[in-house]
Design a binder for this molecule. Structure first.
Ligand code: S3P
Length: 171
């Protein structure tokens, strides 16, 4: 079984993915971590040393590699993954289930304001600038996320509640 989680930065893709993969008893891969291991560099280092276009090409290649090589996988993508290079087409064409973890703009602003440093796209923004940036960015990206087969609204839900909701969807 191949399950892919998509959603904006800080929507919980990695934590939900890890817990859900345990429940489903399938291997877990976090695409950002996979890229970091392959490059032996952190995501911020890849962005600052090689640039975003290099990262997007690598992300595209690694996504296809994981989804074709793995027979069974719970894959957590990066926030931008579905939005470039027909990656959403690849996800829809190869995964048995694709799930969009949806959060409201205020919830995303709240989460991202607390963990900006590790995220190259927002690290230079002030907390005052975040709501407008996230609002516009999500507006552009939502058209890709909403192509996923399922949408799970994660506002005001615990990690365990989100995982259980997805587990029920997959039964
Ligand atoms: C990105 C999100 C990040 C990471 C990179 C770019 C994006 O992943 O892939 O910094 O374009 O939204 P997370 O969604 O895990 O933060």
């Amino acid at each position: 079984m191949k399950v892919v989680l998509v959603g904006y930065m800080a929507s919980g893709k990695s934590s939900v993915g890890r817990l859900l993969s345990n429940k489903l008893d399938i291997p877990f891969i976090d695409l950002d971590e996979y890229i970091e291991q392959q490059q032996e560099k952190s995501i911020p280092e890849i962005f600052s040393e090689k640039g975003e276009i290099f990262f997007r090409k690598l992300e595209h290649e690694m996504l296809s590699k994981v989804l074709t090589e793995q027979e069974s996988v719970l894959l957590s993508t990066g926030g931008g993954t579905p939005c470039y290079s027909n990656n959403m087409g690849t996800i829809l064409g190869t995964a048995d289930h694709s799930i969009y973890l949806s959060l409201s703009i205020p919830a995303l602003v709240d989460r991202i304001s607390k963990e900006k440093k590790s995220r190259p796209l927002v690290k230079n923004l002030t907390n005052e600038e975040l709501p407008e940036f996230i609002g516009k960015h999500l507006f552009e990206r939502r058209q890709f996320y909403t192509q996923a087969q399922h949408t799970v609204n994660c506002d005001n839900k615990s990690l365990e509640e989100v995982v259980e909701e997805i587990n029920q969807l997959l039964l």
